[in-house]
Design a protein around this ligand. Structure first.
Ligand SMILES: [Zn+2]
Length: 114
């Protein structure tokens, strides 16, 4: 499972970071996730709990901030949020908009420690 390897590497990264700060406890990992990242949020949350077991991060939470898909429309010359990722067209003028500006995120933005 793709999500499990992502979760394992996030947990390892956070555990290393916690150790570097003198063994603080990580309460939560905050993650930005775009719909085009190829990662399913529910699967990632489930994998996270599995990945934490038996590590210093056991009992911590994964907080996922879901990002919108934003494309750039050449006709409007503006960034537009997409209503659906099935339909890559500008919601205002209906032009096909292949240029994705936002929505592929898979990045850890913060570690909550105590
Ligand atoms: Zn447009």
């Amino acid at each position: 499972m793709h999500e499990l390897s992502i979760a394992v590497s996030m947990v390892e990264m956070a555990a290393e970071e916690a150790a570097r700060h003198g063994g603080v406890r990580v309460k939560a990992i905050h993650l930005k996730l775009g719909p085009l990242s190829g990662v399913v949020k529910e699967a990632l949350l489930f994998s996270y709990d599995v990945a934490c077991e038996g590590t210093p991060l056991a009992g911590s939470r994964l907080v996922v901030e879901e990002m919108p898909v934003v494309v750039y429309c050449n006709v409007c010359r503006a960034e537009r949020p997409l209503a659906s990722i099935q339909y890559f067209c500008c919601p205002i003028c209906d032009t096909a908009t292949p240029e994705v500006r936002c929505g592929k995120e898979l990045e850890v933005v913060a570690l909550e420690i105590e």
